[in-house]
Design a protein around this ligand. Structure first.
Ligand code: BT5
Length: 255
């Protein structure tokens, strides 16, 4: 039998919190249902992966976390960040922005990062839950960007000079829950669409690995477990489950 679709979202909006992922994890442990979306008008200590920070000046971004209680086997969970990145990029594309996903889950416009995703697993009395945290830079000016590699919707050529934060939130949450339902029905369903949409595939890349090492080569695909497949200069193939990718340049056809 197909898993139940995710419940329709319910929203808890707070003016300020250190991190919506932390607040959503608390709610998960308290028994909150799947579909809870914790939204902060402002995060004072937003978190990235590997203890990095996510910085957004007040009023210039949407920052939220969605509580999910996946029923697919644990082996499929590594797909969840990719599901979220893909959903966020397609939602922004649907709003008229040229957004892409970079493996595993950065949302880019051109080569600059407009959105980030942090998926965390939380043990709760009702079983393991997933907190999917998403931050999208909506209104930052050039001066407000936390790092030079960032961008915002209002800095990019889009349909609105000042994108409506609520519209962005609603579009991304809707796309995420739709993709999530499809993934729950068939955890491998996204593989082809993700590989097509992911701008990392077909690029020369450098992958900075969590152990401090680095791998250089051509990204040739995404495997059934959501890992990036990299062909090194010596022809060896490597499957990368976690790491930071630097896009070096495109590989010209026939190269
Ligand atoms: C991420 O980490 O990209 C995950 C970001 C997740 C943020 C959401 S907001 C709601 C929820 N609550 C949280 O506390 N977090 C989630 P990572 O790939 O590690 O990238 C972090 C790096 O991105 C930083 O080290 C900076 O270089 C850069 N960065 C920081 N703030 C940024 C921003 N607003 N826009 C673009 N890049 C940023």
């Amino acid at each position: 039998m197909d898993p139940e679709p995710a419940r329709r979202p319910s929203f808890e909006v707070v003016a300020e919190t250190p991190s919506t992922n932390s607040l959503a994890a608390d709610r998960a442990r308290e028994g909150a249902p799947e579909g809870l979306v914790v939204v902060a008008e402002h995060q004072t200590a937003g978190r990235g992966r590997l203890d990095r920070t996510w910085e957004t000046p007040p009023g210039t971004a949407v920052t939220f976390s969605v509580l999910l209680r996946p029923t697919v086997p644990a082996a499929s969970w590594p797909w969840l960040p990719l599901v979220a990145g893909y959903a966020a990029a397609t939602a922004l594309a649907g709003l008229g922005y040229r957004a892409d996903v970079k493996w595993p889950n950065d949302v880019l416009i051109g080569e600059r990062k407009v959105g980030g995703i942090l998926v965390e697993r939380v043990d709760t009395p009702a079983g393991a839950a997933a907190v999917v945290g998403i931050g999208i830079n909506t209104g930052m000016t050039e001066e407000q960007l936390p790092v030079p590699t960032a961008t915002s919707l209002s800095l990019e050529q889009g349909p609105d000079e000042t994108p409506d934060r609520d519209a962005v939130l609603e579009a991304v949450v809707t796309a995420l829950l739709e993709r999530y339902d499809a993934w729950q029905r068939d955890p491998t369903s996204l593989a082809d669409a993700y590989a097509d949409a992911c701008t990392t595939v077909g690029r020369r890349v450098r992958v900075d690995l969590p152990d401090g090492g680095a791998l250089e080569g051509e990204a040739v695909g995404v495997d059934a477990s959501g890992r990036l497949v990299v062909r090194a200069a010596d022809g060896t193939r490597h499957e990368v489950g976690a790491g930071d990718v630097v896009h070096v340049r495109s590989v010209a056809p026939g190269e």
